[in-house]
Design a protein around this ligand. Structure first.
Ligand code: ATP
Ligand code: MG
Length: 615
């Protein structure tokens, strides 16, 4: 007997861009978070330290050159010492100022990263159900992790490095042209080549690294899928297929990885040799200029130092360009999530829901997930406080959708929903959801102790409340039998519990939350009859005296409801008690009979749990 219910909610493609028009580019938004806005003052100070550090750095070759001149021109030892001391002093200033600048930049980077991560996380929390259907959790968490990483790298290295490299190049160029323009021209001859190499490396390595990142994402997604689907793979003997698929993907990683690594590995020798060539050119030209009396030996020595200081930041450019391009792509996706606004928002004049017994009225309600395609059509009903309503109907009829709009996970397209006479669209979502408990077919548990899972939905509850709820939900006995009782850690989403046990824990959790109304969606499938009885007994206690809606495929489950709502094709076709519906011999009667047809004469139908979908 299969009770597997086909889930109808499918992911609807990638995140749609929702950034406001005219928004600044991703890069300037990223950079702005680090050094813009209220950070401008600190950025200016950090930059000042950087300039001091670089001025000191530029002084060192100068002092060395002047010292050399003292030697070649046979000046006094005192004068030589002055230059040596200046060199050491400059070195000290360089270290100190660099330290101060880096410290400030590091703090700015950490703050920027923190702000991006917080905005990302907080915004995702505010988004409506629709967003999570469009963006499956796997993809979302990979976005958050991978894109977060490249953005982090950008903040921690690229922003301050780019500033430093640019300033260093500019200052050295100025100093060189001031000291000796002929030598300066020679020393800058190889710059276009250095930039060229950086550009080529960035052009080859960056797309290759991007592709590599993508492929690695695919590989890990596949690995995750095969790991979580291992039962299917083992039972169907599809090891060969899994291995082949994996081999193919890893092969792609190998090819792309080879290209990416090669390009970045070649960068160092290429720039190194260019920098040496530049040095040779400076010395060569210097020799001529010294011979013709247009430069001193000291100046030539200083220029040798400058050309090395010039090459280093240029050589770094390739990495910086790559990091920046990656951050721009990653930042795009990050901001798209940060800019995403919830579909369902509280009205500006929204008020808190006030519980008055739990009457639920639908007045000509229309709803569709996508425009021009209604899933629910013109639904009208009135549920009295404390009534228990069973909902049934073929798969895809709109049962889950009905509860999705009742809890306002989506806004409706037409009509009105009133809860205790209050229009749903005028209520705050928070106050509403606090009063409506929902137990879904897929019991969701956190990787935490059983106790914390029970207490999750009600911050005021005590461990005693939790144990009492577990007893009512018939979960206490099996929890006590777990290795650490209530302190047992649940592994990933409660994987170390059976499905029935997970449901009992969720029911106990709903009891701890103590909502005023209950909604249950297929909460009793896939368990044995004994467990089902235990679960149903727990649910009965949970729903006692409360308005409740329970969706069931097995009609026996909802037989005793005050009234049963029969949905078909998005419309309520019947709504009455079991006995009345049976007497009417309509849609429900046909469904009911089809579930027990051919199951033999024996037994009370309520005892036999059969899924009509599979019959
Ligand atoms: N998130 C969604 N986006 C778009 N369409 C959806 C979404 N969820 C459900 N639908 C569509 O709405 C219709 C009703 O789906 P719903 O989940 O309410 O059915 P159901 O009665 O609960 O079925 P089941 O018994 O299989 O759980 C289906 O045609 C389904 O394809
Ligand atoms: Mg459903």
């Amino acid at each position: 007997m299969s009770d597997k219910i086909t889930t109808s909610a499918q992911p609807q493609g990638p995140i749609e861009p929702t950034g406001e028009p005219g928004k600044a580019s991703t890069l300037s938004r990223l950079v702005g978070r680090m050094i813009g806005g209220s950070h401008k003052g600190r950025t200016a100070l950090a930059t000042l330290f950087l300039v001091i550090a670089l001025a000191a750095l530029v002084t060192i070759p100068y002092a060395t050159g002047r010292g050399m001149n003292v030697i070649t021109e046979q000046g006094s030892t005192d004068e030589l010492w002055d230059w040596v001391l200046l060199g050491f002093f400059a070195g000290g200033v360089y270290l100190l100022a660099s330290y101060l600048a880096n410290r400030m930049f590091a703090k700015l980077a950490a703050e920027a990263l923190y702000s991006v991560q917080t905005d990302l996380f907080n915004n995702v929390q505010t988004l409506s159900m629709g967003f999570f259907f469009k963006n499956p959790p796997g993809e979302l968490s990979s976005n958050v992790t991978n894109d977060g990483e490249v953005v982090s790298l950008f903040y921690t290295t690229a922003v301050s490095q780019i500033l430093r490299s640019t300033l260093q190049v500019l200052m050295i160029l100025v100093v060189m042209f001031v000291i000796n323009w002929q030598l300066a021209v020679v020393a800058t001859l190889t710059i276009p080549l250095l930039i060229g190499v950086a550009w080529i490396v960035a052009r080859i390595a960056s797309p290759a690294f991007n592709r590599l990142q993508e492929l690695l994402g695919e590989v890990s997604a596949f690995q995750e899928e095969t790991l979580s689907g291992h039962k299917v793979i083992i039972s169907k003997n599809r090891h060969d297929w899994a291995e082949e698929q994996h081999e193919e993907q890893v092969g792609g990683v190998y090819q792309v990885g080879k290209r990416a690594f090669m390009a970045s590995l070649m960068q160092f020798p290429a720039t190194q040799s260019l920098s040496l060539i530049q040095n040779v050119l400076v010395l060569l030209a210097g020799t001529f200029l010294v011979a013709s009396g247009e430069a001193t030996v000291g100046v030539v020595l200083a220029f040798a130092g400058y050309s090395a200081l010039l090459a280093a930041p240029l050589a770094e450019m390739a990495n910086l360009i790559t990091t920046t391009l990656n951050a721009s792509a990653g930042g795009d996706r990050v901001f798209r999530i940060i800019d995403e606004r919830p579909d369902v928002v509280d009205a500006p004049d929204a008020v808190d829901y006030e519980f008055k017994g739990g009457r639920v009225q639908f007045e000509h309600v229309d709803f569709g997930y996508v425009p021009n395609s209604l899933v629910l059509r013109d639904n009208t009903f009135d549920v009295a406080p404390g009534e228990s309503i069973g909902i049934c109907g073929p798969t895809g009829a709109g049962k889950s959708t009905l509860i999705n709009i009742m809890t306002r996970y989506y806004d409706i397209d037409g009509g009105r929903i009133l809860i205790d006479g209050q229009d749903l669209s005028k209520l705050t979502q928070h106050s509403l959801r606090k009063q409506i408990g929902v137990v879904l077919q897929e019991a969701f548990l956190f990787t935490d102790t059983v106790m914390n899972n029970l207490l999750y939905a009600n911050e005021d509850a005590t461990p005693e409340d939790a144990i009492e709820a577990a007893k009512k939900a018939n979960a206490h006995d099996f929890i006590m039998a777990l290795p650490d009782g209530y302190d047992t850690m649940l592994t990933e989403r409660g994987a170390n519990l059976s499905q029935g046990q997970r449901q009992m824990v969720t029911i106990a959790r709903a009891m701890v939350a103590d909502p005023k109304m209950m909604i249950l969606d297929e909460a009793t499938s896939n368990v044995d009859t004994r467990t089902e009885k235990l679960i149903q007994d727990g649910m009965r206690k949970l729903m006692e005296g409360k308005t409740s809606f329970s969706i069931a495929h097995r009609l026996a489950t909802i037989r005793d409801s005050s009234r049963i709502m029969v949905l078909n094709g998005g419309e309520i076709v019947e709504m009455a008690s079991h006995d009345e519906l049976m007497a009417d011999r309509g849609f429900y009667y046909a469904l009911y009979m089809s579930q027990f047809k051919g199951r033999g004469p024996a037994g009370d139908p309520a005892e036999i749990a059969i899924d009509f979908v599979s019959t």
